[in-house]
Design a protein around this ligand. Structure first.
Ligand code: SF4
Length: 389
């Protein structure tokens, strides 16, 4: 028996090609895509405007399957977190953050992460594998229609959309799983699927410079960069990828990206670590980094209070320090926000994703993948480097 094709893996063009293989016209692909991504249908019999012969063909050859839900928790503040099974003992997390005028879904792109940022609990569990397109878009598909079901909102374009913004900021480095990430992005933007505007979809990267350029050409959406440090020595210790792509290269890539981006600024994420990167001098150094004459980078800063986890050996900066740091950036004319910590009671805050699934990761596979990445990006890739204090 041949394996069923998971239609969640196919982008609009691939779905047209798939329908052609079944002897169907391109408009059938559009109908099918709407059933899947706008109505959340997974049962071909429910697709009533498709001919019965096509439904029968699909039933024997295709499936619509998102990763299955292992746990589903809702925090007191409304944040909802799903732990999803992606097979072979791996699981990823998807987090929905409701706000007054929008609903943001934080999506994972890899099981684990090889970048190994010092302050990130996902990084500490190592890298397991890249997610497929179906596993990435399947998070949005599952979440949108689960949220509607919970609220009694009908599926389809007439029902009130629950997810208005997507951030690829969950487990993994999206730009190290480039093709599936971009295919999933294209589905998010497609009018016959989710129809999200490019401005409302954000890819967050730790700074994979060549892939930032590639993204600008293939699917420019809003860009967030995990900066976390104001100079190379400090960033080498916090984000090991910096040794491969130091700050000058990263800033230049950000400037190039802005020529194609749907927004006229880059968002810099900055995790506030007590006594490590949170002094006034660091703030001033950051201002100099991004306001550097012709080499300036139009940007916003998002300061993230660190969520401590036991192995990190790091502490959260206190609120007064975070405010003083933000003030220096704001006095320099930089829009600066301090991220509200959400979902603390369900471990859904940034850097806590996957904290509860560490034992599921396959050590053997992780080591192999790490060796591959080190070959590709240099021997320091993924190493824990002591942070100068
Ligand atoms: S912060 Fe992002 S890039 Fe760094 S280890 Fe965590 S998931 Fe990976």
């Amino acid at each position: 028996m041949t394996a069923l094709t998971n239609l969640l893996d196919l982008d609009p063009a691939q779905l047209v090609a798939y329908c052609a293989e079944l002897g169907e016209k391109p408009f059938r692909a559009k109908q099918l895509q709407r059933w899947i991504h706008q109505f959340g249908a997974s049962d071909f019999d429910a697709m009533t405007d498709l001919a019965k012969s096509l439904r029968d063909k699909l039933k024997s050859r295709a499936t619509i399957a998102a990763p299955s839900v292992i746990t589903d928790h809702t925090s007191a503040d409304g944040t909802r977190k799903w732990l999803l099974d992606v097979g072979q003992g791996n699981a990823v997390e998807t987090v929905f953050i409701p706000e007054e005028n929008r609903g943001t879904l934080c999506i994972s792109t890899q099981a684990g992460c090889a970048v190994n940022c010092r302050f990130c609990s996902t990084g500490k569990q190592g890298f397991s594998r890249n997610l497929t397109v179906g596993e990435i878009i399947g998070q949005l598909w599952m979440a949108e229609f689960e949220l509607r079901k919970t609220k009694g909102i009908e599926p389809g374009p007439k029902g009130e959309r629950q997810i208005t913004n997507v951030v690829m900021m969950g487990m993994g480095e999206p730009l190290l799983n480039f093709e599936p990430t971009v295919t999933a992005l294209k589905l998010m933007l497609d009018d016959n699927a989710y129809g999200l505007s490019r401005r409302r979809v954000t890819v967050s990267t730790s700074g994979v410079v060549p892939m930032i350029d590639k993204l600008s050409q293939e699917c420019p959406v809003a860009l967030a960069v995990s900066l976390h440090a104001s100079n190379d020595a400090l960033r080498d210790g916090l984000v090991p990828l910096n040794r491969k792509y130091p700050l000058a290269e990263l800033m230049a890539a950000c400037r190039r990206y802005l020529a194609f981006a749907p927004r006229d600024f880059i968002t810099f994420e900055y995790c506030m670590l007590d006594g490590v990167n949170d002094s006034d001098a660091h703030a001033r150094e950051l201002v100099a980094l991004v306001q550097n004459g012709e080499d300036s980078v139009p940007c916003k800063f998002n300061l993230i209070p660190f969520n401590p986890f036991p192995e990190s050996g790091l502490k959260r900066s206190n609120n007064a320090r975070i405010k003083a740091f933000a003030q220096i950036l704001m006095d320099a004319g930089i829009v600066t926000t301090i991220r509200k910590t959400r979902g603390d009671d369900i471990d859904a805050a940034c850097g806590q994703l996957a904290g509860e699934i560490q034992d599921r990761t396959k050590v053997q596979e992780r080591m192999q993948k790490m060796a591959e990445y080190q070959k590709k990006f240099g021997k320091n890739f993924g190493r824990i480097v002591e942070v100068p204090r």
